[in-house]
Design a protein around this ligand. Structure first.
Ligand code: PAF
Length: 287
């Protein structure tokens, strides 16, 4: 497995891989890898010949009061995990390689980023779209793999890819959960044992919502109220519970096939997100 630190070396490696007829897939990460990330690596192997994992904690997607300085770093462990999952190359640039000087050209999506996490993290998605563009230009992949836990991020990246004509297939992979149901996230390790137990209320309330919908409930407001109540009763501070169209991210009042319920809530100091996709095909609902 190659460990690549510079954009130039990364581009040279990818061009060599392309020249020998290989399809390259990129798994963009900020490191501290867990099974959720490794499921993206497995998907990358199914869709390409060469798998590149980028590990870069991107400063421009953190607001000043957020956890950039304390975000978990574990490059050696990450490299070992990637090696076991047969990753071909890791692209792990230093910050001054990606941002040698303050940038003044940004990639901005200004519709899907206005809602949900974009409301409480107004600068976050511009940091994401900009760094993902820079990673696309460094790695030159034919495919890029993203996790569905970051549902809004996926919608924004898909729209950016389409609007800006990136010739890159965006592949998404379902949420991976811990044994107790908490959606895997590098930020879960900030939770105390008590907060972790309380945070299970997110998944429990989403499952209860699915049950209610299976039993015929179609009123979004009722479902939102139930989820909000359960999370609040477990000491979670709800940022949002929204029921919306998965592509436009616009709220819908009556639940229909192909709907997503998205949640963000804070436990202690840790902000967690999760979601439930309700699709006629996957759940047998609405048949
Ligand atoms: O999802 C993440 O880990 C990050 O937002 C990404 C896509 C790697 C960009 O920094």
């Amino acid at each position: 497995m190659k460990i690549i630190k510079t954009i130039k070396e990364m581009q040279t490696y990818s061009r060599e891989m392309h020249a020998s007829g290989n399809r390259v897939a990129l798994v963009p990460t900020m490191g501290d890898l867990h099974e959720g990330h490794l499921s993206l690596v497995d998907a990358a192997h199914r869709h390409a010949d060469i798998v590149v994992v980028s590990i870069f904690i991107n400063p421009t997607q953190f607001a000043p009061e957020e956890d950039f300085d304390t975000y978990p770093k574990n490059l050696e462990r990450d490299c070992n995990l990637c090696k076991l999952r047969k990753v071909d190359a890791i692209f792990a640039p230093e910050a001054n390689e990606m941002y040698p000087e303050p940038i003044t050209a940004w990639v901005i999506e200004n519709s899907l980023t206005e809602v949900l996490c974009g409301k409480s993290r107004p600068t976050h998605f511009t940091g994401v779209t900009t760094v993902v563009t820079k990673l696309f230009n460094a790695v030159l992949p034919e495919a890029a793999i993203f996790g569905e836990k970051d549902f809004q991020q996926v919608a924004v990246i898909k729209k950016m890819t389409k609007d800006l004509n990136f010739h890159i297939e965006i592949i998404t992979v379902p949420i991976v959960r811990e044994a107790d149901g908490l959606a895997m996230s590098s930020r879960n390790k900030y939770l105390t044992e008590k907060e972790h137990k309380e945070a299970l209320s997110i998944n429990i309330s989403l499952k209860a919502a699915e049950e209610a919908i299976l039993s015929g409930e179609r009123n979004s407001a009722v479902i939102i109220k139930q989820i909000t109540l359960r999370i609040s009763q477990n000491d979670g501070k709800v940022d949002y519970v929204e029921i919306m169209n998965p592509e436009t991210l616009q709220p819908i009042t009556a639940i229909e096939p192909d709907t997503v319920i998205a949640v963000a809530a804070v436990f202690g100091k840790t902000r967690l997100i999760d979601n439930l996709v309700i699709s006629s095909a996957s759940s047998g609902l609405f048949v």
